[in-house]
Ligand binder design. Sequence first.
Ligand code: IDP
Ligand code: MG
Length: 143
Amino acid sequence: MTEKERTLAIIKPDAVKRQLAGTILSRIERAGFRIIGLKLVRLSKERAENFYAVHRSKPFFASLTEFMSSGPIIVMALQGKRVIDDYRSFIGSTDPAQAGYGTIRRDYGTSIERNVVHGSDSPENGLREVRFFFEEHECLGDE
Ligand code: IDP
Ligand code: MG
């Protein structure tokens, strides 16, 4: 258990609205990621601001938090040995235009803001972000 990481994956409002959730979930499964928690939620503006608090001083903060609270999102906890880096490679760079071919953001993203998915950027943030959305009893154990 100790060396296993957790990442928070989000299917953002743009993707849910465009009915890409099933396709993206299917690609996550096919890529072999282990989903240990999953739910559909809608963030208030305030909760989106809390989630993205590290970006509070950025010029895109208001627009980002407006976007992230504009409709339902699907949040997932993924668990695995190198899941932080593996999942970030799978989704691609923040800007879809710069993301590698065959990545989720390259295939479906429409702008640097509307880049369809989120992934945590470090093991510490992975644990913190999973806890932001999930109680421990809402996640699968090691079975
Ligand atoms: P990441 O999601 O790849 O980790 P971050 O730099 O943490 O990228 O930014 C968080 C989110 O903020 C991005 O996924 C994207 O939706 C949005 N974002 C990042 N940079 C910009 C920008 O320059 N303009 C508009 N939105 C941005
Ligand atoms: Mg980030």
